[in-house]
Design a protein around this ligand. Sequence first.
Ligand code: IDP
Ligand code: MG
Length: 226
Amino acid sequence: MEVVCGSGVCVSSLPRSSTITRSTVPQFRVSYQYLTPFPSQSHLFSYHPPPYAKTLRARTTTKPAIFLPHLVASLQQVDQTYIMVKPDGVQRGLVGEIISRFEKKGFKLTGLKLFQCSKELAEEHYKDLNQKSFFPKLIDYITSGPVVCMAWEGVGVVASARKLIGATDPLQAEPGTIRGDLAVQTGRNVIHGSDSPENGKREIALWFKEGELCDWTPVQAPWLRE
Ligand code: IDP
Ligand code: MG
């Protein structure tokens, strides 16, 4: 772990056995406490010095914490996202692998079904893309066989799912992501994930009927979040 300190010295560059004191790193202003998961939303936006900072304050200038966009998923807001294994993912036997990645991450599955979608539903789902040249082929692709529709819930689930899924073009998607590991072409990129919490709600309402979603509490909940 690399920690940027006021002096330019990194904690990771110190020997493991080092005891970090003001004499070891004279301008040291960042502690491990700032780098652990944020316990509350306010930590993303404001600076809360640790108790011992009082003793250092006289001689150091504390800076506000930097807002880190990639930590937005730490916000306490519970979101829903619509995830769909596209027909190529179903035909290639990737359903279990894909569900497993979301389960292992720790999100909650609230809806799941195998479904043959109509042209109208596919067009409504992708209505924002209806002016694109690839739109007709996209609709043919999505309606070419059954899809697996899923609703997932969790804090930061929309942004996190997009990260798990990877870039739209599988050749640009990072290894370790679903598209990066399991696909080679944009037109056969195996999975859909909502791109905003608003679209998550919209798409779940579009693909699931009333009574098809399940409100439940996984027993692992206290082992995932303090
Ligand atoms: P996303 O699925 O990563 O959110 P979008 O831009 O929303 O990407 O596009 C929706 C889907 O349309 C893509 O997942 C892909 O299946 C298809 N698509 C996007 N761009 C192209 C393209 O240039 N050629 C063919 N299909 C495309
Ligand atoms: Mg999209």
